[in-house]
Design a binder for this molecule. Structure first.
Ligand SMILES: C[S@@+](CC[C@H](N)C(=O)[O-])C[C@H]1O[C@@H](n2cnc3c(N)ncnc32)[C@H](O)[C@@H]1O
Length: 702
């Protein structure tokens, strides 16, 4: 049976001898350094830990970070500080994996790392296509070491994959199966490197073969990282070509071996010539839909399934524009933390002092847009001091749809890491409570800490739980419930550079089921007359409108409350939902529906307005004889007076095809009688009553 161990353990120079077939443990025994192995490809681990000033530090850090992302071990966090990534010291990684130390990054280096890593990940498909085309040439192939060539081929999708013989006599081969980065055979062991950073093996194994496989895999991935960086700098950053070639050759030489530099040199120089003669070997936009989608996916560097989906929903022109938006540098917004008494004017003053260019948000009083200079804001400590938060305006507008008010009880069902919880809490002026539920305890802990920093912890209660379990165990009812559901994130691809490569079409199906279950659970927490807001950071109708429709079919006690009273008209769809469009509004793509739960029938009967009371009594009376009563109401009246009675539903006048109405008809047996009470425009009293058998026309009965 295949076994699995994290590849990262090999990146330490302190590997210890372990029994065959057991995962290697990371230990601290310098005596068992791999420098004792003389044969095989030269390892980055063999090099001394000297300070290397030949390679620019941003380049070394970029290569290491790309490598870690490729292995699934690091999130492409473009907002991190001081070159540190996800808890580990990046410089330490550089030392351990490239075999040399480099000087600390200054602000300019940090910006370069962010640009290079983000851009290289975004353009990966495009870059790999070109790397593949340029490497598919006999001379280039001959100049590569066979084992590394195999990894090149798998990583960039070259077709001509051949088994080859390593000089020490051990066979290597590649399987380009689903999801694996590559595999090799060493000493009767078959190794497979999985994209999540795990190395699996089958067959007999010893420490030597483990090390050997790890070195091959890591070398191959570094090679790819170095080439991708070079291609990106030349093609997309338009950096001086020969300087880029020189720098990347140097990096390949010191991090791999001198010979590796020749290959990098050959390929990059070839690229420069092709670029200068405007003859890059790129696919043409021709052929049937599928072929065109493939070409577009390469030209604009997105997965084919996304291109096909967007072309279907948006048309080719808009799909291309969307991909261009996703590939562009993201812009960020800052929210002044009013919870701590910070105004937008205060924030603007700070930004002016830091010389960070910014624009005031046109839609939200506390928000400021920052196109460049976010690193400066981070390094100046504005976030650490809780003066402001990084929050996209589209997320801020979802909070506007919730419309939190002091004194209310609000449940934020999927709250972590807390962007919306914190903003809602800051609007409560110390009165009321936001209950922040999330299944992820770690992220919820961060929310709690940030709440203290933002001085809004007095109105936030964190509840670590699966929403579905919580809703069953605690029948609490709140004024407002926000379900910011887990989703594909297709609306935030410009900020999350790596996300497009981690999403599959099948994920959408799984997410849809989860979203339905969470919506069902969230709805039980809304009090009669209360508000349920369903939101996503997706632009896909399957996660947005279609989820709301599926929900309304099952939950006739809810109806849509158009959001035009809460957000600018430009963001309101024909059906009254909130939707932000990256191309139209230059913010992330998000969605929200505001749904109201019907008042209970009791409250309806005792309503202070006599006209509603009369209507309530009449319906109550009718209900005694009829199996079902349907009330068609005009305009927005129905949302004010829906009922929870099992035999009585309200639907909008003239909306027999609305989801609520369709669901009702599906539920009824053919013999069941429906009464219709038609309300005339002058008021709320019953003036005409119609009878309808299923499948028949309405008959006026009085
Ligand atoms: C889109 S994120 C929420 C972002 C958050 N509202 C904000 O503004 O920062 C979705 C969250 O749903 C949480 N989640 C996923 N499944 C869940 C479940 N079954 N119950 C509760 N939370 C869940 C995830 O842990 C994740 O934090």
């Amino acid at each position: 049976m295949a076994q699995v161990l994290p590849l990262h353990v090999f990146f330490s120079a302190e590997i210890h001898k372990v029994a065959p077939s057991k995962p290697l443990k990371r230990t601290h025994n310098p005596k068992t350094s791999v420098t004792t192995h003389r044969k095989g490809p030269q390892s980055p681990l063999r090099k001394t830990q000297k300070l290397n000033l030949e390679v620019s530090p941003h380049r070394a850090v970029s290569a290491v970070r790309l490598m870690r992302i490729e292995m699934g071990g690091a999130f492409a966090d473009l907002l991190n500080e001081k070159g540190k990534g996800s808890g580990d010291n990046e410089m330490g990684y550089v030392g351990r994996t490239l075999g040399f130390r480099t000087k600390d990054l200054d602000d300019r280096d940090l910006r370069l790392v962010t640009d290079i890593v983000g851009g290289t990940i975004r353009w990966r498909r495009y870059l790999d296509y070109l790397i593949g085309s340029l490497c598919n040439d006999e001379n280039t192939i001959k100049s590569m070491e066979p084992l590394l060539l195999q990894f090149m081929k798998v990583s960039v999708g070259l077709k001509d994959v051949r088994a080859s013989q390593h000089k020490s006599g051990h066979k290597s081969s590649i399987k380009s199966g689903s999801g694996m980065i590559g595999s090799v055979h060493t000493y009767n062991t078959s190794w497979t490197c999985l994209p999540n950073g795990l190395l699996s093996w089958s067959g007999s194994v010893n420490t030597m073969s483990k090390l050997y496989a790890a070195i091959i895999v890591s070398n191959g991935l570094y090679r790819i990282a170095i080439l991708r960086i070079g291609f990106y700098e030349i093609l997309k950053l338009d950096m001086p070509a020969y300087a880029v070639v020189d720098e990347n050759v140097r990096l390949a030489k010191v991090s791999l071996r001198p010979g590796a530099g020749n290959m990098v040199n050959g390929i990059l120089r070839k690229l420069v010539l092709l670029k200068e003669s405007n003859s890059l070997p790129l696919p043409k936009l021709e052929g049937d839909d599928r072929t065109q989608a493939r070409a577009l996916a390469t030209l604009y560097s997105h997965p084919v399934w996304m291109v096909r989906r967007w072309t279907k929903y948006l048309g080719q022109e808009k799909a291309i524009k969307l991909m261009m938006w996703n590939n562009d540098d993201p812009s960020f917004s800052l929210r002044a933390n009013s919870g701590k008494g910070v105004t937008r004017a205060d924030l603007v003053m700070q930004l002016n002092m830091l010389k960070v260019p910014h624009e005031l948000s046109l839609h939200l009083d506390l928000f400021v847009r920052v196109k460049t200079g976010l690193q400066i804001v981070i390094q100046a400590g504005l976030l650490k001091q809780g003066l402001c938060a990084v929050q996209d305006e589209s997320a801020g507008l979802i909070v506007s749809v919730v419309d939190p008010k002091p004194g209310e009880s609000i449940i934020d069902c999927c709250a972590a890491p807390g962007g919306k919880t914190l903003y809602m809490a800051s609007q409560m002026h110390g009165q009321g409570m936001v209950y922040a539920i999330d299944i992820n305890k770690g992220r919820l802990r961060i929310l709690k800490e940030t709440a203290k920093l933002h001085q809004v912890d007095g109105v936030i209660t964190t509840i670590p739980s699966d929403l579905r379990t919580f809703a069953k165990s605690y029948p609490m009812k709140s004024d407002k419930v926000l379900l910011d559901a887990p989703c594909s994130g297709l609306g935030v691809l410009s900020k999350r550079a790596d996300l497009r490569w981690n999403r599959r079409l099948e994920d959408l199906e799984e997410l849809k089921d989860l979203q339905d279950e969470l919506l069902d659970a969230a709805s039980t927490l809304v009090k009669p007359g209360g508000v349920l807001v369903y939101s996503t950071c997706s632009i896909d109708p399957a996660e947005n409108e279609e989820r709301v429709d599926a929900f309304l079919l099952k939950h006739l006690e809810f109806h849509i409350d158009p959001v035009d009273r809460y957000v600018p008209p430009d963001f309101v769809t024909k059906r009254g939902f909130y939707s932000s469009d990256p191309l139209k509004h230059s913010v992330d793509g998000t969605f929200a529906a505001r749904l109201i739960r019907a008042l209970s029938f009791d409250s309806w009967k005792h309503n202070e307005h006599s006209k509603y009371r009369d209507l309530g009594k009449s319906v109550h009376h009718l209900g005694k004889d009829a199996s079902h009563v349907v009330i068609l109401m005009e305009n927005h009246l129905s949302f004010a007076f829906q009922t929870e009675c099992t035999w009585c539903w309200m639907v909008h006048y003239g909306s027999e095809s609305s989801p609520g109405c369709r669901g009702l008809y599906q539920m009824l047996q053919p013999s069941e009688i429906l009464y219709l009470i038609a309300l005339l425009s002058d008021g709320y009293c019953i003036t005409e009553i119609y009878l309808k058998m299923r499948g028949e026309l309405w008959q006026k009965i009085c």
